[in-house]
Ligand binder design. Structure first.
Ligand code: FMN
Length: 200
């Protein structure tokens, strides 16, 4: 839908959620939206990052990407938040960004927009649903409209997550995104652009 503004705001340690966010950007643009892809700031101490080669590598590769600001959420008609699971919950880096939005929340500037989430876990039952539902608690407080994908397209029976889009990275944390995830990401982006446009 033309002129819809889509903000994709995410955190990623080792690149999975970054890849999902990148695909969502492409799909959002194909759906006609103006897209801001924004990483939230890394908060972990340098020694924690240095202890994990994949984390260090991803940090170095993406440290100069544009960082999310409150204006990115205020600007948008539709917002997609992405986070890897942390003990079945939202990563603190994304939560910290959300927790800086009090002034905008207080002015009602976060309400009446379309919101949805995407996540990744290492294991199949490692908390994708709990992470997305925890994320959506915040959206209710915003007065946002949760645009869950549900099973609104047959492709959702392949990725199997009606709460958002998710990926299992596997025991070595290195399983790449597959066709089912790409299709579900494309569907999520197109759906939130359409509904964000209608809400605007
Ligand atoms: C502190 C911590 C907690 C985690 N908790 C979970 C968890 O509860 N369930 C799970 O399956 N994976 C868990 N993981 C694995 C990450 O979710 C997984 O590495 C992540 O989805 C990869 O995303 P990224 O490449 O975008 O960082 C955890 C990882 C860390 C570092």
């Amino acid at each position: 839908m033309a002129d819809v503004k889509l903000a994709i705001i995410y955190y990623s340690s080792t690149g999975t959620v970054h890849s999902m966010a990148t695909r969502l950007k492409e799909a959002g643009e194909k759906a006609g939206a103006e897209v801001r892809l924004r990483q939230v700031a890394e908060l972990a101490p340098a020694e924690a990052i240095a202890s994990n080669a994949a984390w260090s590598q991803h940090f170095d590769q993406t440290k100069n990407e544009p960082k999310a600001t409150a204006d990115d959420v205020v600007w948008a008609d539709a917002v997609l938040f992405g986070t890897p699971t942390r003990y079945g919950n939202v990563a603190s880096q994304l939560k910290q960004f959300i927790d800086t939005l009090g002034p905008q929340w207080g002015q009602g500037l976060l309400a009446n927009k379309a919101y949805a989430g995407f996540t990744s876990t290492m294991t199949e039952h490692g908390g994708q649903e709990s992470t997305l539902l925890a994320l959506y608690n915040t959206i209710y407080h915003f007065g946002g409209i949760v645009v869950a994908p549900g099973y609104t397209d047959p492709l959702k029976f392949a990725d199997g997550n009606p709460y958002g889009v998710s990926h299992v990275t596997g025991g070595n944390n290195d399983a790449p995104l597959g066709d089912a995830q790409y299709a579900a990401l494309d569907h999520l982006a197109s759906r939130i652009v359409t509904i964000g446009g209608k809400l605007r």
